[in-house]
Design a binder for this molecule. Structure first.
Ligand code: ADP
Ligand code: MG
Length: 298
């Protein structure tokens, strides 16, 4: 870990499941790696979808859990993936018990930040991307408190502004109380956009009306290749680089990197966000033969 750079820690969070958090975490890492940015994905969801989505096996004893309990060194939990510039701290089933462990501790809100402190200080990564669990528990709160910024993926198919207020007020409370000074909502990413429905367009414009420029210009379309990729242990950006989903995630990554530059990147080129996808080209998307891994796990 000789290289030293400023590391940006981003939490990908939404207390709702199935909104595209994990898909965003792994594809953001993939797209950033193609931009020669080193990313560390930290899988903090006991379901371990980011772990398998990056082609890694769950292994007993390899996750942030033992770092949180003080039994292990964070450096020993960092696992290489088969791609250059993407490393991960995998998840394991034991993480499900971490809420109980943390609940007893006074430093629980700072626990994830403390566990990741040496990674951040090492400057080995440009971006640490935390894939948060889908709940409002201590682990998610501690994940937010470990972050410099938060990206909230939101499904373009449901009116969920109410849910958004829950997470934005949690972020504000962490910042205001001093538990996570400087923490702010970094952006909202609209996912699963379906250009064939009025609803998707209505939801995007309603969210943009409330949150303005906080909404990333890049919108992720509903794309069957994105949902197939996890069963091959790959982010869509690698599984099918030419699919519309991969293209959208690359545009999002450019926009993200321009909004959150790391050291030496201050002059990052202006993002070229993808325009709102008009419609899926595959009008009649065939259903995948087998349900992709990760489907139906909510
Ligand atoms: N843009 C998309 N198009 C099609 N399927 C998607 C898209 N984004 C996510 N999915 C699929 O939807 C499911 C939920 O996404 P996921 O990223 O796991 O959500 P979360 O982490 O918020 O629970 C997964 O099966 C995933 O493959
Ligand atoms: Mg997930």
């Amino acid at each position: 870990m000789a290289i030293s750079r400023k590391t940006v820690v981003v939490a990908i969070a939404n207390q709702k499941g199935g909104v595209g958090k994990t898909t965003t975490a792994v594809n953001l890492a993939a797209a950033l790696s193609k931009m020669k940015r080193a990313a560390l994905v930290v899988d903090l969801d006991p379901q371990a979808n980011a772990t398998s989505g990056l082609g890694l096996q769950r292994r007993q004893g390899v996750s942030l859990y033992r770092v949180l309990t003080g039994e292990a060194d964070v450096a020993d939990m960092i696992s290489a993936t088969k791609w250059e510039n993407i490393n991960a701290i995998p998840s394991e089933v034991d993480l499900a018990g971490v809420e109980i462990e943390l609940a007893r501790r006074d430093d629980r809100i700072a626990a994830v930040r403390n566990a990741l402190a040496r990674v951040k200080e090492s400057g080995a990564f440009d971006y640490v991307i935390i894939d948060c669990p889908p709940s409002l528990g201590i682990l998610m709160t501690a994940s937010l408190a470990a972050a410099d910024t938060v990206v909230v993926p939101m499904q373009s198919e449901y009116y969920a502004l109410e849910g958004l207020t829950v997470i934005t007020s949690l972020i504000d409370r962490l910042a205001v109380t001093g538990a996570a000074p400087g923490l702010a909502l970094g952006g909202i990413l609209m996912t699963m956009f379906d250009g064939r429905t009025r609803l998707s367009a209505d939801v995007v414009s309603e969210v943009s009306g409330h949150f303005g420029d906080l909404v990333f210009k890049s919108v992720i379309p509903r794309n069957v290749r994105i949902s197939e990729a996890p069963s091959f242990g790959q982010p869509a950006v690698f599984y099918d680089p030419s699919c519309r989903g991969a293209e959208a995630y690359r545009a999002f990554a450019r926009e993200f990197a321009a909004r959150f530059p790391t050291r030496g990147q201050a002059a990052a080129p202006a993002a070229e966000p993808a325009q709102e996808p008009a419609a899926e080209p595959e009008q009649q998307e065939p259903e995948p033969q087998e349900a992709p891994a990760g489907a139906g796990q909510e």
